[in-house]
Design a protein around this ligand. Structure first.
Ligand SMILES: Nc1nc2c(c(=O)[nH]1)N[C@H]1C(S)=C(S)[C@@H](COP(=O)(O)OP(=O)(O)OC[C@H]3O[C@@H](n4cnc5c(=O)[nH]c(N)nc54)[C@H](O)[C@@H]3O)O[C@H]1N2
Ligand SMILES: Nc1nc2c(c(=O)[nH]1)N[C@H]1C(S)=C(S)[C@@H](COP(=O)(O)OP(=O)(O)OC[C@H]3O[C@@H](n4cnc5c(=O)[nH]c(N)nc54)[C@H](O)[C@@H]3O)O[C@H]1N2
Ligand SMILES: [Mo]
Length: 766
């Protein structure tokens, strides 16, 4: 049923991927240094791939090929330049009319620029004048809480630590970050359940697992190196169980690009042995259903043999709330479970049987789980299900939220957090002798509210593309333009930069792949933390894209020095030698003992995870079962049964990195040359009176009464449950309501947006 079935026989990955990435290298104009850079990605003496946060292999002497890593690296290593000549040629109004792809495709930013309102152009400015100008606006604010300091998840540990130190000395916890839109629910739920907001598995565990549940995640596109680990597991006979609303080809078959023979022969291996397609937001019900099946099996086994199938010892010695959880599961009927999940009892029991048959189980998840209203409850439910058989804290088993940005997990560890734990603030106070602000700051959604209402007057972005990544992106332009100050520290031009405040600066920084020298010409090393809590070094190998570029660390130090002075911290000294920043991290953040020595070991070091050792830093001192009920209604259940009503999920194509659009293809889904598409079940297309490839207008009549419109989207028939549709972020962010976010996580509900489809041409037109 997949669109583009000519691709269906070919596997995801493999030759196709190589050829396409070659093409992408050419079309982005990447120089040969890009190719050299590729061999050095995720190597002990190279840089951390800016592509994703998947872990690196222990015996990683050979380059792990990854098509989307290639794209990320070559996109950064382009020869094109967004230099002062470009900004002289194009006004900001002209730039603002370009799409995401064209803006970034102008290449790397080369000079610090300041916006001139009179001419509507960005003009070159010296670094000193930029720092002084930024400091003067920041220091003239009535309160430090009038500024927002956003972080995207690429910043290194050192940059992130320095940034939060500066922001807190300045006096605010307003540190919204991309995590607020991403894995926030995982952090919140896991902290409640197991006492740490991170995953408990290591890469080696994938070699020992008997079953791996991959839930709400599309690794073929977004974590391609994970496919290698899944593939090896599948070859050993492990069951790979996918829960995904869409039939994702990247999860079904995979030719390993590392294996030349297999690629030459065109062979490919199946990945997912079992594939379940819940309705959007239906995973909590699916896991509760599986828990029901497991409890039923346990009761049966106990009655027949005297021994059950649960891990009684684990539950007795390590868990809290088991009886209440059992009562909650018993109280949930199969009718509700089937309706909410969209899966049959039969299918759910099949999935539960795989769990029961396996000694060691891993469960991974990503945005299909975290971007719903009840995401925190869903992840609590997943954790509870895993606890039933003690599948946390032993080899080959555990919970694995697969992070997005390559250092988003590390940035949180370093204290980029709008709701900082008291322990962090205490350590800052003790080590640096200042009084950090104690009240919580604004998350991304709160920051937008503050900017719209006028409570916030300055926006500083350490990377990212705030205006396009956030919900209701249509409203953000006015909010950004209304700021007294906007500052973007960036590698490439994007839409956020075309919405300047009264004073606006664009500050170009080095990327991961580039050599970072201090003023004495000594190369500097930064560090990152992957999804498996491994911390390792990263040092660029390409010459910088321009003479004027500075490292993120140098830029933060420059702003900080001018804004808060050097009485507490000698910013210049820190920017001269990153070892000194690491010494401060070691003093402040637990787990970084002997940081400078350990990070120079080939694979870095393991930060450790108490839950993985079955130590539970929760108020009960135990791993907590979840005792709540299913949500009364998900967006899918709320959808009136009218043929034009749908629930929309917004996701990534194969040719993008978040708001960075490399190209217009989505090969595994069989879409070429176009991003304004919407994936719809064929029966729904018929019921709508539409034809495949007809154009529709998508409207989002939010519960808040605001009308939202996205026009001209092409219908693609796809294997997706009825009533659920899908399309691409960021084009569809105009439909994601700011007013709809996760309970306890505040994450925009980007995977369950109620919408209507209306045909643009007459129903008969094809
Ligand atoms: N090449 C590339 N790599 C990336 C990124 C990128 O844009 N490009 N982005 C990075 C970032 S920041 C992140 S957070 C990760 C994102 O990684 P993913 O979470 O894989 O990204 P999405 O494209 O949002 O895909 C969500 C998947 O969940 C499924 N899904 C949606 N809703 C539901 C649901 O309710 N239930 C279930 N079971 N499935 C559902 C969708 O069909 C889709 O397959 O990738 C990171 N890596
Ligand atoms: N509808 C919808 N919205 C979503 C999502 C979704 O699934 N659906 N996903 C959400 C998620 S998971 C995330 S993580 C956010 C992502 O939100 P962001 O992290 O804000 O967005 P990115 O697109 O990753 O940012 C791209 C920009 O980062 C800059 N950049 C690239 N490399 C570097 C670098 O090394 N240093 C610096 N300083 N800048 C650099 C470039 O200028 C580039 O234009 O979007 C969220 N928004
Ligand atoms: Mo993300």
């Amino acid at each position: 049923m997949d669109h583009g079935s000519r691709d269906e026989r070919k596997a995801a990955g493999g030759w196709e991927a190589l050829i396409a990435s070659g093409r992408s290298l050419i079309s982005s104009g990447a120089p040969l240094s890009g190719a050299k850079a590729l061999r050095k990605a995720n190597q002990p003496d190279g840089f951390d791939c800016p592509g994703c946060a998947w872990g690196d292999p222990e015996h990683g002497s050979s380059f792990e090929f990854c098509e989307n890593g290639v794209k990320a690296v070559s996109w950064e290593a382009t020869e094109r330049r967004a230099d002062p000549a470009l900004f002289g040629r194009l006004s900001v109004s002209e730039l603002s009319r370009l799409d995401d792809h064209s803006l970034e495709n102008h290449g790397r930013l080369t000079h610090p620029m300041r916006y001139n309102r009179a001419t509507d152009h960005y003009e070159p400015v010296t670094w000193d004048d930029a720092f002084a100008g930024i400091a003067s606006v920041l220091n003239a604010l009535e309160s430090p809480n009038e500024a927002q300091f956003y972080t995207s998840g690429r910043a290194s540990n050192e940059a992130a630590f320095l940034y939060q130190l500066f922001v807190r000395i300045f006096g605010t916890n307003n540190m919204p970050d991309c995590s607020n839109m991403c894995h926030e629910a995982s952090g919140v739920a896991l902290t409640q359940a197991i006492g740490i907001g991170k995953g408990t598995v290591r890469l080696e565990d994938f070699e020992k697992a008997d079953a791996i549940f991959v839930v709400g995640q599309n690794p073929g596109t977004n974590h391609p190196r994970m496919l290698g680990d899944l593939r090896r597991a599948a070859e050993r006979g492990a069951r790979i169980v996918a829960f995904n609303t869409l039939k994702e080809r990247g999860l079904k078959r995979f030719a390993d690009p590392q294996r030349k023979r297999e690629m030459v022969l065109g062979g490919s291996a199946p990945i997912a042995s079992d594939y379940f397609q819940p309705r959007l937001g239906g995973d909590m019900a699916a896991f509760r259903g599986m828990a029901k099946a497991v409890l039923a099996a346990d009761r049966k086994a106990r009655a027949e043999t005297g021994t059950g199938v649960l891990d009684d010892v684990f539950i007795r010695e390590h868990c809290h709330g088991f009886e209440d959880y059992v009562a909650a599961v018993d109280a949930t009927g199969w009718g509700a479970i089937e309706d909410q999940s969209g899966l049959s009892r039969d299918d759910i029991e099949k999935a539960a049987a795989i769990y029961l048959d396996a000694d060691n189980v891993i469960c991974t998840w990503a945005m299909g789980i975290t971007q719903h209203r009840h995401s925190v409850a869903t992840i609590r439910e997943i954790a509870s299900f895993m606890m039933l058989r003690g599948q946390i804290g032993r080899p080959g088993a555990g919970l694995c939220p697969v992070r997005g940005h390559s250092n988003v997990q590390g940035d949180r560890t370093m204290g980029i957090n709008d709701k900082p734990p008291a322990s962090l603030l205490d350590a800052l106070e003790k080590n640096f002798g200042f009084k950090p602000p104690r009240e919580n700051g604004d998350s991304t959604i709160e920051a937008i509210g503050a900017m719209i209402s006028g409570r916030s007057k300055a926006f500083i972005g350490l990377g990212g593309n705030f205006a396009r990544a956030v919900p209701d992106s249509g409203f953000i332009e006015k909010a950004l333009r209304g700021q007294r100050l906007t500052v973007h520290i960036a590698t490439k031009l994007n839409a956020s930069h075309t919405m300047p405040g009264e004073n606006a600066y664009l500050l170009p920084c080095l990327g991961r792949t580039e050599i970072d020298l201090n003023t004495k010409g000594e190369p500097q090393l930064v560090t990152v933390e992957d999804s498996m809590s491994m911390v390792h070094g990263s040092a660029g190998i390409n010459p910088p894209a321009g003479q004027e570029l500075r490292s993120e660390i140098a830029i933060i130090a420059g702003i900080a020095e001018r804004t808060v002075g050097s009485a507490t911290i000698d910013w210049t000294a820190l920017a001269e030698d990153y070892d000194r920043i690491r010494d401060l991290i070691e003093k402040t953040i637990p787990g970084f003992d002997d940081f400078n020595a350990r990070v120079r070991r080939p694979r870095g070091f393991d930060l450790g995870n108490a839950a993985a050792e079955r130590r539970w830093n929760t108020p009960t001192g135990r791993a907590n079962f979840f005792t709540g009920t299913l949500p009364e209604k998900t967006a899918c259940q709320d959808r009136q049964d009218a043929p034009d009503r749908f629930v929309l999920q917004t996701m990534r194509s194969h040719d993008q990195y978040n708001t960075t659009v490399y190209g217009m293809d989505d090969r595994y889904r069989g879409v070429y040359g176009e991003r304004r598409v919407v994936f719809v079940n064929p029966t729904d297309i018929e019921a709508l009176g539409a034809k495949p490839h007809q154009r529709v207008t998508i409207t989002g009549p939010g519960e808040d009464g605001i009308s939202r419109v996205a026009e001209g989207f092409k219908i693609i028939p796809y294997d997706i449950p009825r009533g659920c549709i899908a399309g691409y972020f960021p084009e569809l962010n105009v439909l994601v309501p700011l007013s709809s976010y996760g309970e306890m996580s505040g994450t925009p509900t980007s995977k369950s947006v109620p919408v209507r489809l209306s045909l643009i041409e007459g129903p008969a037109a094809a």
